[in-house]
Design a protein around this ligand. Structure first.
Ligand SMILES: Nc1ncnc2c1ncn2[C@@H]1O[C@H](COP(=O)(O)OP(=O)(O)OP(=O)(O)O)[C@@H](O)[C@H]1O
Length: 255
């Protein structure tokens, strides 16, 4: 399933937050969205997953016109791990993950044995099978993040959007979440702050600055010291990690 975003713009009152952004995620690519705080990443993602109505522009998931389609239809195809996951009402961990099955069910349809098996498998995948009866609100930020990922896994989407999915997570779970997502073998669009992780996991990067796409390309071409200086206002040197061979970034000093 491909994502095509065409000249999407979002404004809040007079403020133009996202301006004429076009991007693509081709079949099964892991695409990263990077850029400084406040540059419009979350707003762009929310307008793609229908929480914010764009001023103009189009969003297509393969043939599906996301802006015009019903939320339920979109939820059968698109899974979202957002940035803030607080709830006013409390649910157990298992109930939260079971909600991932909702888009696939009729209004009064009960959960089947197949639904229960899918939910159990999703909980196992994020190492939360020991927490199924716990209250969601009592969990740590990192545990909540893994519950939300399990819910999206139970949804069995064909495309996934993640907004800072590694927020709150220690390094083990940062790597675990990115590995789980990569192995899903579906198209992914993820806003990421850690440029080294973005270089390691993403097939392609879009760099945002002040609401616009400032650059795009494969991580090797994009993550240069010149671009990092221009976009993030930070001095660095890039290098090949001698152990992993991956792109490394040594931050020097901020101006
Ligand atoms: N509902 C809103 N009304 C007015 N301004 C908003 C609203 N939502 C976001 N903004 C503003 O839009 C700008 C972009 O915010 P956004 O959350 O998209 O940035 P971001 O790139 O995701 O930042 P971060 O890396 O800090 O998460 C910010 O200046 C923010 O204050």
């Amino acid at each position: 399933m491909n994502l095509n975003v065409e000249r999407l713009s979002v404004s809040f009152g007079e403020a133009k937050i996202v301006q004429e952004v076009s991007l693509r995620v081709q079949n099964k690519q892991f695409v990263g969205l990077i850029g400084p705080n406040g540059c419009g990443k979350s707003t762009l993602l929310k307008s793609i997953y229908k929480v914010i109505k764009p001023r103009h522009g189009e969003v297509f998931l393969s043939e599906l016109n996301v802006i015009k389609a019903s939320p339920k239809l979109v939820a059968r195809k698109l899974g979202v791990v957002g940035q803030f996951n607080e709830l006013s009402f409390d649910f157990t961990v298992r109930e939260m993950v079971a909600m991932g099955r909702t888009p696939h069910k009729g209004m009064l349809e009960n959960d089947s044995q197949q639904d229960a098996d899918i939910v159990s498998a999703a909980l196992r995948k994020v190492n939360l099978e020991g927490h199924t009866g716990r209250s969601y609100n009592s969990l740590s930020g990192g545990e909540k993040q893994r519950v939300i990922l399990a819910r999206v896994l139970a949804q069995q989407p064909e495309f996934m959007i993640l907004d800072e999915p590694t927020n709150h997570l220690d390094i083990k779970y940062q790597l675990q979440i990115l590995n789980i997502v990569r192995k899903l073998d579906i198209g992914i669009l993820a806003a990421l702050h850690d440029l080294t992780l973005a270089a390691e996991y993403c097939d392609y990067l879009y760099v945002m600055k002040e609401g616009r796409v400032a650059a795009s390309g494969v991580p090797e071409d994009i993550l240069t010291k010149e671009l990092i200086r221009e976009v993030f206002d930070v001095e660095c040197e890039t290098y090949r990690n001698p152990v992993t061979g991956a792109l490394g970034i040594a931050y020097l000093e901020t101006k």
